[in-house]
Structure formats: C-alpha cells, structure tokens
Ligand binder design. Structure first.
Ligand code: GAR
Length: 219
C-alpha cells in the first residue's frame, strides 16, 4: 500500500515508520514524505532512506481569506499525494489542522498519532496537561482522522506510568518511545486490512495478548 507520511518537524515517528516498512514483505511502502515547512528536520530522514520528499510550504498559502488559503493548501497536498499514487496517509507530527474537504477525500485512508490517551487531552501541550491533571497513566493514540481535531475511530493505544518526578520533557520522552512502537504496528494492521472502521469504531483482528500489556494492539 503506497503510503505518504506528513510531517512538520523532527520526524522521529517518520523514522520509526520507515524502519518498520523496510522489509520487502511489509504491507505498506513509505513512498512519499510531505512537509508543510521547508526546514523540517524530518525531511533529512527521507533523503537518507532514498524516499521521495516534497514541501508544500504553508507560508505560500497565506492571505486575508483564511478559509480560501486553507482550501488551496489542502488541495495542493491532495494533488501531490494523488500524483504519487498514494493510497494511505499517515500524519506524524503534522502540526496543521486539515480542512473537512481533505478529511472527507481521504476518509479511512488517513491516520494520525497523538501524544495522549484520547479522548483525554486533545490539542497541544498534552504532557504538561496530563501532569497538571494528576493522571497516573498517560500515553499515545493512533486513530483514523475525522474533521474535529484529534478525534476519530481509535486504532491503538499505549500507556506509560506517570512518575512522581516527571517533568513534561521526561514524560514526553517515555511516551515517544511508545509512539515509535505503536504507530508502525497500527500502520501494518491498517495496511493488512486488520484494522477496519465499523460504525465509527475500529475492529482489530489481532491475536489477543492477554495479561497486563499496556499496549493494544501488541507490537
Ligand atoms: C509526536 O509526539 C506526535 O505524537 C505529536 O508531535 C510529535 C512529533 O514528533 N503530534 C501531535 O501533537 C499532533 N497532534 P516527531 O516529529 O519526532 O514524530
């Protein structure tokens, strides 16, 4: 399944997806990396891996009519994706809200990773907010994308304990390590048709892990 990864910055989840998809028998091929920012460090990971990359520079789509600018940017994204024959889109630290039209066009072929256990803490600064709320488990979620930000049928989640000495940075690092396991596992399931949206919930076809794992699906 020809897959594009959309990034805005560091690209560590992109790296994890590239590494997992490297074996020829992997059901997803990372065929394109798209960034909305020219300076995104993650673009270098694409180059190193010999994967085509492209920038759709959001600053070229500014203007007084915000809705028109957003529509034009998202149309440019879709055009680039379609030109590359992309079938599946992964948002990986893509820090831009997509229009309803784009989300509809890629419905059930567009997935995201978010650094919290949704539906808790949608939006930004999730780690600081989790600490402030005093939650004892925090984590990350992969989901099919719907128009409302950080919403949509959940594919997988992984949890980590919140420690008394945690700072937002230490907690983010522990969650990020789980993101790098969860996202590739979920992309594989989606590409294999083993994570399907049924009535706005995802049905997983996985071997039950049993026990006390804090990650579902297991990687
Ligand atoms: C990741 O933690 C990802 O979950 C988060 O941005 C980071 C990107 O890191 N995404 C969001 O907050 C989207 N709402 P990366 O560029 O190293 O993959």
């Amino acid at each position: 399944m020809r897959t594009a990864v959309l990034i805005s910055g560091r690209g560590s989840n992109l790296q994890a997806l590239i590494a997992a998809a490297r074996p020829a028998e992997h059901p997803a091929e990372i065929a394109l990396v798209l960034s909305n920012r020219p300076g995104a460090a993650g673009l270098g990971h694409a180059t190193e891996a010999g994967i085509a990359s492209q920038v759709v520079d959001q600053s070229a789509y500014a203007g007084p009519d915000r809705a028109a600018a957003r529509a034009a940017f998202d149309a440019a994204l879709s055009k680039a994706l379609e030109a590359a024959g992309i079938e599946m889109v992964c948002l990986a630290g893509f820090m831009r809200v997509l229009t309803g039209d784009f989300v509809t066009r890629w419905r059930d072929r567009l997935i995201n990773i978010h650094p919290s256990l949704l539906p808790a803490f949608p939006g930004l600064d999730t780690h600081a907010r989790a600490l402030a709320a005093g939650v004892k488990l925090h984590g990350c979620t992969t989901h099919f994308v719907r128009e409302e930000v950080d919403s949509g049928p959940i594919i997988g989640q992984a949890a980590v304990p919140v420690l008394a000495a945690d700072t937002p940075e230490s907690l983010a690092a522990r969650v990020l390590a789980m993101e790098h396991r969860l996202y590739p596992a979920c992309l594989r399931l989606v590409a294999e048709g083993r994570a399907k949206v049924v009535g706005e919930r995802v049905e997983l076809v996985v071997t039950p892990s049993g026990g006390d794992s804090l990650m579902q699906p297991p990687s």
